[in-house]
Write a protein that binds this ligand. Structure first.
Ligand code: HEC
Length: 127
């Protein structure tokens, strides 16, 4: 009994771990984390300066984060963003940083700030 409880606990911690770790690092930098602001950032539509195209995070991740989305340029399926629907989500720091960088540049036209990243992580991690 003791052993299985310990394993269960360890597995649980591993799932939430990376996003929580990153959020607390942002907090140490003075960021006040706000999941509701993360949600509105996620839903904000930005206009691309060069093309005039409307872009937001849902352009590829879709409107329902518990379901797969579709890459707006390549048409490739992007698995669900909600960790409750996709256990691999937000488990690798390298992957999170890589895609924040790439997706913010494409969607917003610049890199996301620490505030925006912390807010988005707080919004996504409980989905
Ligand atoms: C042009 C398409 C596209 C847009 C728009 C887009 N993403 Fe993504 N995103 C991807 C792809 C492709 C991946 C990597 C494939 C995967 O994880 O399934 C990804 C992965 C991610 C990840 C990594 C998730 C993990 O499992 O670690 C984060 C975080 C992320 N995106 C955030 C955002 C945010 C925030 C926005 C809006 C500012 C956004 N994305 C807009 C295509 C996009």
């Amino acid at each position: 009994m003791v052993t299985s409880a310990a394993i269960f606990f360890a597995a649980n911690v591993a799932v939430a771990g990376v996003a929580d770790e990153m959020i607390s690092e942002f907090q140490q930098q003075g960021v006040q984390v706000n999941a509701a602001a993360g949600k509105s950032f996620w839903e904000t539509t930005f206009i691309d300066k060069k093309t005039g195209q409307k872009r937001n995070c849902a352009s590829c991740h879709g409107d329902n984060l518990s379901q797969a989305g579709k890459h707006i340029k390549t048409g490739k399926v992007i698995e669900a963003m909600a960790p409750s629907a996709n256990a691999e989500r937000l488990t690798q720091r390298k992957k999170i940083n890589k895609w924040f960088k790439r997706n913010c540049k494409w969607t917003v036209g610049r890199e996301c700030t620490a505030q925006e990243k912390a807010d988005v992580l707080a919004f996504l991690k409980v989905l």
